[in-house]
Design a protein around this ligand. Structure first.
Ligand SMILES: Nc1ncnc2c1ncn2[C@@H]1O[C@H](COP(=O)(O)OP(=O)(O)O)[C@@H](O)[C@H]1O
Ligand SMILES: N[C@@H](CC(=O)OP(=O)(O)O)C(=O)O
Length: 454
C-alpha cells in the first residue's frame, strides 16, 4: 500500500484537486492521502499558509481581520464551487477559522501555529468531502485523534516515537484516509506545526508508521533535477538518488522535498518517489538506500542563501583545550544551532543560519567571546550562501574539489569557506549571496552540461 502526499501546488484549485482524485482512483493501493494547504496557482499568487500567517499577525496586533479572513475563505469557496460541493463545507471551514481567530492569544506561538495549521486541516476536510462526493470511500482523519504526537517546539516541531505506534493503527482503515500535513499535537494537547514545507514530513511519518511499500510525493515537476530549475535552464533529471544525497541537497536548497522528511522513511527503508500531479505517467525520481549501475560522481548541486559567519581569532587557539566547546556553548545558550565550523590554527569560523540572529543576540555573543574567551577578534558577517556539490561517487573520485573550485574561480567570485563533509558525499562552498546564481550555473556547466566536440 502507498502513502501519497500532494503538495500545495497539487491542491491549489478545483482543477488540481480533480487531478488528485484521478490519481487516487487510478491505483487502489493509494490508501493514505496527505494534503497540504492550497498553494500557489501561478507565480505571483500567495499560498494559503502565507495568507494565514498575515491573518494571525493582524489578529495579534488587534487590526481589522475581515479582509484577510475573506482572502482565505475565498480560496476555499472557489475550490468548493469548482468541485460542485455544497455550501456546508465552506460553513464548516469558516466556523473553524473564526473559532481559531477568536481563541485566547496569550500564548502567541500556539495561536500562530493553530491558525497556520488550519490551511491543511480544512483542505483535508474539503478534499475528503469531494472524494466521497465522487464515490470514493474516504474519511478525514485528524492528527489529534490519530495520535501524531510531537515535541513542544513551535513552528519546528519534531515527531516523538509514540507517534509512529499510534499512527500504525490507521493501517486497519477500510477507507481511504485523508490526512492533513504540517502539524501534530504535544502530549499536553497543544497544536504545533512542523517547519515550512512540513507536509512532506507528515507524509513520511505516516508512511513509516503504516509500513507503506512506497511513499509518493506529488508536486509540480516531473522529477528532481540536478540543479534548481528556476536558476539553471532545463537541468538534467535525476532518476534515482540515495537518501543521503537527497538529505544533503534538500537541506541546502532543493525545496522540492523537505530534508527532515527523509529520516522516517530512511529508518523504515521505505522508498520514496517524487512525481508530478500534472504529468503522473512520468516515472519521477526514486529515493532509495543504494543506487544500482553506473552513475555520475556528482548527483546534484544545490544552493541556499541566508547564512552568517561568526569569525573568531586568537593567537595559539590550537593549544587551548576546550576553546571550541566554550565558543559553541555561548551559541547554545543563545539557542543557536550551527552548520559548519571550518578552522585554522589561530582562527575558527562558525557558519549558521541567519534567521536565528537578532542585533541584540549578536552583540551579546561578540561581547562574551571577547570577554570570556579573550578572543583578539570576533565579528559576524552576513549575506552568505552555501553551494553544496553532492554525490555518492565523490569519495572515489580525485580532483572533483579542484574542478569545483576552478569552476567557481571562473566566475570571479571569492570562496569564503570550503568544507568537505565527513560523510564524503558532499562538498560545501560558502560564497557571497550575490554570486550564488552564477556559481550554480558554472558548476552545472562543469559537471553536467554536454561538452560539444569538433
Ligand atoms: N532540484 C530541484 N528539482 C526539482 N524542483 C526543484 C529543485 N529545486 C527547487 N525546486 C522547486 O521545487 C518546487 C516544488 O516544491 P514545492 O513548491 O514545495 O511544491 P509543493 O507545492 O508540491 O510542495 C518546484 O516547482 C521547483 O521550482
Ligand atoms: N503549507 C505549508 C506546508 C507545506 O508542506 O506546504 P507545501 O506542500 O506547499 O510545500 C507551507 O506552506 O509551508
Amino acid at each position: 500500500m502507498k502513502v501519497s502526499k500532494f503538495g500545495g501546488t497539487s491542491v491549489a484549485s478545483a482543477d488540481q484537486i480533480k487531478k488528485v482524485a484521478a490519481i487516487v482512483q487510478s491505483d487502489r493501493s493509494r490508501k493514505f492521502i496527505v494534503v497540504s494547504a492550497p498553494g500557489k496557482r501561478f507565480d505571483s499568487d500567495k499560498k494559503v499558509t502565507d495568507l494565514l500567517i498575515d491573518l494571525a499577525s493582524a489578529a495579534l496586533n488587534h487590526e481589522e481581520v475581515e479582509t484577510k479572513l475573506s482572502l482565505v475563505l475565498d480560496r476555499y469557496k472557489e475550490i468548493a464551487l469548482g468541485l460542485d460541493l455544497e455550501q456546508t463545507i465552506c460553513d464548516v471551514i469558516e466556523e473553524d477559522l473564526r473559532l481559531r481567530i477568536s481563541s485566547d492569544s496569550s500564548d502567541v506561538e500556539y495561536f500562530v501555529d493553530n491558525i497556520k495549521a488550519s490551511g491543511e486541516d480544512n483542505n483535508a476536510k474539503l478534499i475528503s468531502t469531494y472524494f466521497t462526493s465522487i464515490g470514493l470511500r474516504a474519511q478525514y482523519v485528524s492528527p489529534k485523534t490519530a495520535g501524531l504526537i510531537v515535541n513542544d517546539f513551535p513552528e519546528r516541531a519534531l515527531a516523538l516515537p509514540e507517534a509512529y505506534e499510534n499512527l500504525s493503527e490507521l493501517k486497519n482503515s477500510n477507507e481511504i484516509v485523508v490526512f492533513p500535513g504540517f502539524f501534530g499535537f504535544t502530549k499536553g494537547g497543544l497544536l504545533r506545526t512542523f517547519d515550512r514545507g512540513g507536509s512532506d514530513i507528515s507524509g513520511s511519518i505516516l508512511a513509516a508508521s503504516v509500513h507503506a511499500d512506497l511513499y509518493e510525493n506529488f508536486t509540480d515537476v516531473d522529477s528532481v533535477f540536478c540543479a534548481n530549475p528556476r536558476v539553471v535552464n532545463d537541468p538534467v533529471e535525476i532518476e534515482e538518488i540515495t537518501y543521503r544525497e537527497m538529505r544533503e541537497l534538500s537541506y541546502a536548497g532543493f525545496s522540492v522535498f523537505h530534508d527532515e522528511a527523509l529520516m522516517p522513511v530512511y529508518k523504515a527503508r521505505i522508498p520514496v518517489c517524487i512525481k508530478n500531479t500534472n504529468n503522473p505517467s512520468a516515472p519521477g525520481t526514486k529515493i532509495v538506500a543504494e543506487r544500482k549501475g553506473k552513475h555520475r560522481p556528482i548527483t546534484g548541486i544545490s544552493a541556499d542563501s541566508g547564512f552568517s559567519i561568526l569569525y573568531v581569532s586568537k593567537y595559539l587557539m590550537n593549544r587551548e583545550i576546550g576553546f571550541g566547546r566554550k565558543l559553541l556553548q555561548i551559541l547554545e545558550e543563545e539557542l543557536i544551532s550551527y552548520e559548519h565550523t571550518p578552522s585554522g590554527l589561530d582562527d575558527i569560523s562558525v557558519i549558521l543560519r541567519s534567521h536565528q540572529l537578532t542585533a541584540e543576540k549578536e552583540r551579546r555573543i561578540i561581547k562574551r567571546v571577547k570577554e570570556e574567551l579573550h578572543a583578539e577578534e570576533a565579528h559576524f558577517r552576513h549575506e552568505f550562501s552555501m553551494i553544496v556539490v553532492v554525490g555518492e561517487g565523490m569519495n572515489n573520485n580525485t580532483g572533483l574539489a579542484a574542478r569545483a573550485a576552478t569552476a567557481i574561480s571562473r566566475t570571479g567570485s571569492n570562496i569564503e569557506m570550503i568544507n568537505q563533509g565527513s560523510s564524503e558525499v558532499s562538498l560545501s562552498f560558502g560564497v557571497h549571496r550575490s554570486n550564488e546564481n552564477k556559481i550554480l550555473q558554472e558548476l552545472y556547466n562543469e559537471f553536467f552540461a554536454p561538452v560539444s566536440v569538433g
